[in-house]
Design a protein around this ligand. Structure first.
Ligand code: CTP
Length: 399
């Protein structure tokens, strides 16, 4: 997920650095928006060094002409930590006079506020009413702790332990995630079919689509199991990963995981054929010319079809179709032939598709076709998971 952290002018601003680290350790991407006062406590350079997303503080200095809208659109959650009494008051009253408060007004994602201030400022009727207003409008409040405060007072107002702030934010977000409690099996990457002990038949699949699906499924709150062929990338460590090589191994692993899954997404580029015989040792020129010159091929099992045949009520199976022409028509045919519930069809060839980040895509189900247009793999994955979250079939009880 992309978490946007708002930092305001508070002595606890330095703790925001640890909050950033905490989200990153949990596999999330962090952008930062600062008030001018925050920069009096921690310099923008520190946040630039830590954050993996953007770091901005001005409505006008950023390359983006409308930075508050861009930040609001990109964010999956907006956490203001620490939040001063002043900023809480401004947001409660809809004042948007800098980048942070304008972004808060434009945000439609989950909004979390971690106030930190002097005990009397916190206890004041004005602050309490403002925080109540924010809560009533749907904000999640991470209350400050009691203790020794920077000003010398003792009482409620201390910014909590950054790890606890990260934990509470993630737990709060998990409550609303659409696929909490669902298990998703994803096949990904190419398969590798041995000719002998050094040679194989494979394809150019990068595993990128699978990795984006894993991320989107985890972000939607699902438990994810991946069965992957060899890929040059690493999957999100929160998922259970099983690496295989051949189509037959992938089939076995997928069949084993499927009964416990609510959804299966077959994104792997499975080799349609494999050598009838994998020779022991290495085939040698001269000695084994016959075997090298005529590799007999046999058909591999179709994993997508196999899972569709095993499907019981409530389970949903998604497949992919990479086509060079008549994309939607061929996807419809594949949907029916393989028995899938949904096919993500995309246009490949002429430099599109494999190994690329963008392609033109359609989601095809029995009910109809959703045209996604030209989207990145990340966006395609998000669209598939959004549709699966809305799918009534997925909401059904596991039999
Ligand atoms: N697939 C699979 N096992 C196979 C072949 C394909 O699970 N042995 C899955 C892919 O993961 C993908 C879908 O089937 O989700 C479409 O694969 P594709 O190769 O396009 O379909 P084919 O049936 O092989 O049709 P064609 O190659 O003629 O387009």
């Amino acid at each position: 997920m992309r978490i946007l952290i708002g930092v305001t002018g508070c002595i606890a601003a330095y703790k925001a650095c640890e909050v950033i680290r905490g989200f990153q350790k949990a596999g999330h991407e962090v952008s930062v928006v600062l008030t001018e006062s925050a920069k009096e406590f921690v310099g923008e350079a520190t946040f630039r060094a830590l954050a993996d997303g953007r770091v901005c503080s001005s409505l006008f200095a950023d390359e983006d002409p409308i930075p508050h809208i861009a930040l609001a659109r990109e964010a999956d959650a907006f956490l203001i930590a620490p939040c001063t009494a002043n900023v809480a008051a401004k947001i409660a009253h809809g004042i948007a006079d800098d980048l942070l408060t304008s972004t808060a007004l434009a945000c439609t994602c989950p909004f979390i506020v971690a106030p930190a201030m002097n005990v009397h400022m916190y206890d004041s009727a004005a602050t309490q009413e403002n925080l109540r207003t924010l809560e009533e409008r749907g904000a999640f409040l991470i209350r400050p702790e009691e203790g020794y405060l920077a000003c010398g007072d003792n009482g409620r107002g201390r910014f909590p332990d950054p790890e606890a702030v990260v934990q509470m934010t993630l737990e709060h977000m998990a409550e609303d995630l659409p696929l909490v409690g669902k298990r998703i099996l994803i096949t990904s990457g190419p398969t590798l079919e041995p000719v002998d002990e050094v040679r194989f038949i494979s394809n150019r699949s990068s595993g990128k689509m699978g990795a984006c699906l894993v991320q989107a499924a985890l972000d939607a709150g699902a438990e994810v199991e991946i069965v992957s062929g060899p890929v040059p990338l690493s999957y999100d460590g929160r998922a259970k990963i099983r690496f295989v090589e051949t189509a037959q191994e992938m089939m076995e692993a997928a069949k084993e995981a499927f009964p416990e899954s609510d959804i299966a997404i077959c994104a792997a580029a499975v080799s349609d054929m494999r050598p009838a015989r994998a020779h022991e040792g290495k085939l040698k020129k001269g000695r084994d010319d016959d075997a090298l010159g005529a590799i007999e091929l046999v058909q591999n099992p179709d994993i997508l079809s196999g899972l569709c045949q095993m499907k019981r009520a409530g389970q949903v199976v998604v497949g992919f179709a990479a086509e060079t022409e008549d994309v939607v028509e061929q996807a419809r045919e594949k949907l029916a032939r393989k028995g899938a519930d949904m096919i993500l069809a995309n246009l490949v060839g002429q430099g599109r598709g494999f190994g690329r980040d963008e392609s033109e895509a359609w989601i095809v189900t029995e009910e109809g076709v959703t045209e996604l247009g030209c989207r990145s793999k990340k966006e395609i994955a998000k669209a598939i998971l959004e549709l699966l979250s809305l799918n009534r079939a997925v909401e059904g009880d596991r039999a």
